[in-house]
Design a protein around this ligand. Structure first.
Ligand code: IMP
Length: 179
């Protein structure tokens, strides 16, 4: 297990170990098992970043639940803003469902806000979020993250599903960028 790695032009050092991640995931899953004891939630992991986290988290969930991976794509229209995005990949109705969004990291909260609004407009009964990581900026946003694995400051991180320019998703630990 390496303490520092190089991805393209950037150097990263080990920040959160695989053991710590697993320990925290177990606590998050236990909390979800308790909170949703009488429910059958639908987990919606957001690709690509959350694939590893979602897999390890949902393995520890003992509820009757569904899992459907989704992606946020740029709006394929002629809007000039370039800001409009849409949720793709989920075909079944979410009407009256208890939805749990699974995110890798919430940075500004912009992406999450968009997803929450989309799900509410589809008539979901409840929408909550579990995110492995949350950056400081996101705390100022109106969007609530009910279950947070680790709080970060501003640093850029890779590993355990998170990438830098497409690389680093396969790393077992989480690494932070060195200045
Ligand atoms: P937000 O809309 O600013 O909250 O951005 C969330 C998305 O940006 C995440 O789902 C990640 O794909 C990406 N992102 C934000 N911070 C990082 C980071 O430190 N490392 C890797 N990806 C990040």
């Amino acid at each position: 297990m390496k303490n520092s790695i190089q991805l393209k032009d950037l150097t990263f050092k080990r920040f959160i170990s695989e053991e710590k991640i697993n320990e925290r995931i177990l606590a998050l899953a236990n909390q979800i098992n308790t909170d949703y004891a009488d429910k059958a939630p639908v987990f919606l992991p957001i690709l690509n970043g959350s694939f590893m986290f979602a897999s390890d988290l949902i393995k520890q969930v003992s509820l009757a639940c569904q899992v459907s991976f989704v992606k946020v794509s740029s709006y394929a229209g002629t809007q000039s803003t370039g800001q409009l995005k849409t949720l793709i990949g989920h075909e079944d109705s979410l009407f009256n469902q208890d939805v749990i969004i699974v995110e890798d990291i919430v940075d500004t909260g912009f992406t999450l806000q968009l997803i929450v609004n989309d799900l509410k407009s589809r008539g979901a009964k409840s929408v909550e979020t579990v995110s492995l990581l949350r950056k400081q900026k996101a705390r100022e946003k109106e969007v609530e993250v009910k279950y947070v694995g680790f709080e970060l400051d501003e640093q850029f991180v890779v590993g355990y599903g998170l990438d830098y320019d497409g690389l680093g998703r396969n790393l077992k630990d989480i690494y932070e960028q060195l200045d």
